[in-house]
Each structure stands twice: as structure tokens, then as C-alpha cells.
Ligand binder design. Structure first.
Ligand code: ATP
Ligand code: MG
Length: 339
């Protein structure tokens, strides 16, 4: 607690992969959800990008933690420290003033009461005085610019790091939702496994993610194909350094199984959608948000397969955070915020 206090209003997308903080409509923090802790004292050594740089490169006295798993808080202490650290990043000059925070934080739509309380408690421990929560697909829809209070069905598919969440929204509420634990992290794991099995090369999580970002695809023919991505790593058998070019076609094959599971989840969500809303969804198309929406060919593949147009949100990595920011400005108006 500082000597004086003032109120600051912030919106936070606490994601499995990335945490984003918006203040006055501006993105103030956009950092990987990672914290580095001293193993002996549990003191925070680094937060965000700096902590991620350490990930996979630590010695026995340092541990790097991703406090969220599958969209929910898995390590309560680390989550709280991370939120604190990120709020500090936003106010680097304010050493003496610790603001009293009015916050809107988003949570996965399938959250249990316990998971919801974990988010609220971490936010409060990190300085939140007045904490509201919003369901992520609702925030994504608002961020995309959909009028969520209209009597009109819209379907959102948010492919994050930990979960893919599919929801139909109408009249300011979530009519139906489905969440599966197959999202960006799982695709990265598929690539790690593939590189080991197919190319005999060991790659870490960060390299596998780079492969996904550089040549990740879900179709074996693309209009604008990326060039092969060169991967360096040790040969599994000999430990000698190897150089392996990786093409988007092979990654499309390697991701096939996980992408099929996402497709099945979308189909099952459509099946559960009441007919009047279904008709709206077919007319409006389905919106893709989250970092996973950026994978090459996804919108085209889904559009062809499901026969409903899929649209990638303008800025998929920030849609949820932007919507949470809009919710912050409408705390009194939006009835669907959770206290
Ligand atoms: N260009 C890209 N192509 C494919 N995947 C990408 C790309 N950019 C980011 N990603 C992936 O998107 C994921 C992160 O997305 P996002 O920030 O929406 O997740 P999150 O909100 O932190 O997670 P969650 O919503 O599950 O808690 C990561 O798995 C990342 O590897
Ligand atoms: Mg997210």
C-alpha cells in the first residue's frame, strides 16, 4: 500500500498464453503469462516476456511458471504474483502511489464457482477493490463489434492457448457454449511430437511454437504459401546438431487430428443451437478469435467443411481484451457482468 491512493480502471484478459491489460481504451500490457520465481524464497524474479525468455533455460534455483492451465488458474500464488507484476509494469513510476483498482477480468464460459472465485481472489489480492468478471466469448463478441444485446444469434469460436471455446450469444447472454481443451498449446505439442517422430530432432516448446507461427497451416494447398522454416536442434539418437527444413504441408498433416477435434466441437455446438438462432448464425457467419484463429487456412477450411462462412476477427489476439475494455466503460449498463 502506498502513501496515497487513487482509483484506476483496468480491463484484463488473463489468458493461458498471454495477459493483456487495457486502461483508458489503450493496451498498456501485452505479455506472455509467465512468471519466474526464486525456488528458495519464492520471490518474483521476472514477469512476462522477460520470464518467458528464461523458460526452458533455468537452473535449479529458478522456476518459470505458467500460472494458468486450460484457461483457469492452476497456481494461485504464481497467478497473483504475475497479476501484481503486470499491474506494476503499467505504473512503473508510481512507487509510492498504489492505485485502488476497479477491474473487469474475463473468465472462460465454462468456469466453475471455484475457478471463478480463484480469479476474483487473485485480482483482489493484487489490488482490485471493485472486481467484475465477464465471460470470454461475450468479451470476444463485444471486441469484434457485435451488438451482444440484440435479439440476434452470433457464434464465436475463441481458440486460445489452453481452450477452444465456442459460444452462441443473444440478448446479452450466452445461450449455449462448449469448451474443449484442444487449442494453441495442444497444436504446439503436436508439432514437438511430430518433429521428434518424423525428423528425429528434439525441439522445445518455444521452437515448436515458432514452427507453428511460421509454417502452421490446416490446408495442404494455400494461396499464399509460406517458405519452409529451418529448424535447428539435436538429433535424438546421436545428439549431433541437425538442420531440418519444415514445410507447411507437413504441419497441416501433423495438426490434422487436433483440428478435426475442433471441427467436431463446432459441429456439436451447432447441433445444440436452437433453430431460430441457428438461422441467424448461418446468415451472420461464425467469428474466429484468439491466437489460434491466425493459423493459415483455418477460415477457408471451416467454411468449406461446415458450409457457413467463417470470419477471422480483425485483431484476433486482442478481441477478448478489447471487449473487456468496452465492458469496463459500460459497467453500469451491461447486466451480464458478474460481481
Ligand atoms: N500466427 C499464429 N499462428 C498460429 N497460432 C498462433 C499465432 N499467433 C499466436 N498463436 C497461438 O495462439 C495462442 C495464444 O492465443 P491467445 O493469446 O488468444 O490465448 P490466451 O487467451 O492466452 O489463452 P486462453 O484463452 O486459452 O486462456 C498460443 O498458443 C499461440 O501459439
Ligand atoms: Mg483467451
Amino acid at each position: 500500500m502506498g502513501l496515497f491512493s487513487f482509483t484506476q480502471e483496468i480491463a484484463m484478459d488473463l489468458g493461458t498464453a498471454n495477459t493483456i491489460i487495457i486502461c483508458n481504451g489503450k493496451i498498456m500490457v501485452d505479455a506472455p503469462s509467465v512468471v519466474a520465481l526464486d525456488r528458495r524464497t519464492d520471490k518474483v524474479l521476472a514477469v512476462g516476456e522477460q520470464a518467458r525468455q528464461m523458460h526452458g533455460k533455468t537452473h535449479e534455483n529458478i522456476r518459470t511458471v505458467r500460472p494458468l492451465r486450460d484457461g483457469v488458474i492452476a497456481d494461485f500464488y504464481a497467478a497473483e504474483q504475475m497479476i501484481r507484476g503486470m499491474i506494476k509494469m503499467m505504473n512503473p513510476k508510481n512507487r509510492w502511489f498504489s492505485p485502488s483498482l476497479r477491474m473487469v477480468v474475463c473468465i472462460p464460459s465454462g468456469s466453475t464457482e471455484v475457478e471463478l472465485r480463484a480469479v476474483r481472489d487473485s485480482a483482489e489480492h493484487a489490488g482490485g477493490r471493485d472486481v467484475y468478471m465477464i465471460y470470454e466469448p461475450m468479451a470476444a463478441a463485444i471486441g469484434i463489434g457485435i451488438d451482444v444485446e440484440a435479439p440476434e444469434g452470433n457464434m464465436i469460436v475463441d481458440i486460445g492457448g489452453g481452450t477452444t471455446e465456442i459460444a452462441v450469444i443473444s440478448l446479452g447472454g450466452i445461450v449455449s457454449n462448449k469448451s474443449i481443451r484442444i487449442a494453441g498449446d495442444e497444436l504446439t505439442a503436436d508439432i514437438m511430437e511430430y518433429m521428434r517422430r518424423q525428423h528425429n530432432v528434439k525441439v522445445g516448446e518455444r521452437t515448436a511454437e515458432q514452427i507453428k507461427i511460421n509454417v502452421g497451416a490446416v490446408l495442404t494447398t494455400l494461396e499464399n504459401p509460406p517458405e519452409d522454416y529451418i529448424v535447428h536442434g539435436p538429433n535424438q539418437m546421436t545428439a549431433l546438431p541437425m538442420e531440418v527444413p519444415v514445410s507447411y504441408q507437413e504441419i497441416a498433416h501433423c495438426l490434422e487430428k487436433s483440428i478435426s477435434k475442433m471441427e467436431a466441437a463446432i459441429l456439436s455446438a451447432l447441433e445444440q443451437t436452437p433453430p431460430e438462432l441457428y438461422a441467424d448464425v448461418v446468415r451472420n457467419g461464425i467469428y474466429l478469435a484468439g491466437g489460434g484463429a491466425l493459423i493459415r487456412g483455418l477460415d477457408k477450411r471451416l467454411t468449406d467443411k461446415i458450409n457457413i462462412p467463417f470470419h477471422v476477427a480483425e485483431d484476433p489476439l486482442h478481441a477478448v481484451a478489447k471487449g473487456t475494455g468496452v465492458a469496463l466503460k459500460n459497467i453500469d449498463k451491461f447486466k451480464f457482468l458478474i460481481r
